[in-house]
Design a protein around this ligand. Structure first.
Ligand code: TA6
Length: 283
């Protein structure tokens, strides 16, 4: 079943329900807010202080960072692009006993053309079932090649960030974005003991392991080159008005992306599809 509700002015939410899971997706931002496998707790975290106002990013769930990740080149445009600030349309849906798929579309507007003077069509397919499958398709509808960096900026709900680990990156090269940007090699599992903002290179899959609840969630990628691991920790949490001071303990971001030096070109008329699948219970 798919139901449509208005959470607040300009924020319409689709609820997808089937035998395997319930998920909520905001048409504002093309933003997955919640994914609850049957009999489990929500896999995703949303801040209790998140805003739900058009023009402001939602803090949590799976923000779509597109057509750039992080600050824009000249640092004057919205961080993480404009897709998460745009109104998306529902273009199709498919309902089965144990999975529900919706396809959302984001098209250029006068506002986006001011920020980024290109014609495009951005599609997000969301399938909620025993896993959560997202497919992000960038179509170049213009006459010039476009360069895109992007990420599905996934906030995972966890019991205690001091007792979470991310497996899969042992030996992987990563860019440490805290303080002076440096490159390092990962030894063993990633743990959170301070502000953490790292780009793991090489496209490997990973899994988020909550030692308190015992739940692991595999993050499988196809077409994304990197995984960003982020936790704001204490001081950054205090500085975020849409995030409670202690919420750094209850979330970790593991974001499938193609970021920094891994931006990609899409030729006129071409399209690129990138996939991220979250599999609760898998490593
Ligand atoms: O993905 C990590 C990151 O780029 C951090 O540097 C931090 O800026 C985070 O995203 C949150 O960004 P936001 O614009 O959603 O506050």
């Amino acid at each position: 079943m798919i139901t449509r509700t208005t959470l607040s002015p300009g924020i319409t939410v689709l609820t997808l329900e089937n035998a395997s899971a319930t998920a909520k997706v905001s048409l504002y931002g093309g933003h997955v807010l919640s994914y609850v496998p049957k009999g489990q707790k929500d896999v995703l975290f949303v801040s209790e202080k998140s805003l739900f106002e058009p023009g402001k990013p939602i803090r949590g769930g799976i923000p779509v960072c597109w057509p750039w990740f992080g600050p824009s080149a000249d640092k004057t445009l919205p961080i993480h692009g404009f897709a998460r600030l745009a109104q998306w349309n529902l273009v199709s849906s498919e309902e089965k006993e144990d999975r529900t798929t919706i396809v959302l579309e984001c098209l250029p507007t006068d506002a986006t053309r001011v920020l980024w003077p290109h014609d495009f069509r951005l599609l997000l397919s969301v399938t909620a079932g025993k896993s959560l499958e997202l497919a992000l398709t960038t179509e170049n509808a213009g006459k010039e090649t476009i360069r895109v960096s992007d990420a599905l900026h996934t906030y995972f709900s966890i019991a205690d960030a001091r007792k979470v680990s991310v497996a899969g990156f042992d030996g992987a090269r990563y860019i440490d974005r805290v303080g002076e940007r440096t490159e390092r090699d990962q030894a063993g599992e990633v743990t959170i003991v301070a502000e953490t903002d790292r780009v793991y290179l090489g496209g490997k899959d990973c899994s988020v392991i909550d030692a308190v609840t015992g739940r692991s969630v595999a993050v499988r990628k196809d077409g994304f080159t990197d995984t960003v691991i982020w936790n704001p920790w204490i001081e950054k949490a205090k500085a975020m008005p849409d995030f409670a001071d202690d919420e750094y303990l209850r979330m970790i971001c593991a974001e499938a992306g193609s970021v920094l030096g891994n931006a990609f070109d899409v030729a006129p008329g071409a399209s690129v599809t990138q996939r991220m699948t979250l599999v609760p219970g898998a490593r």
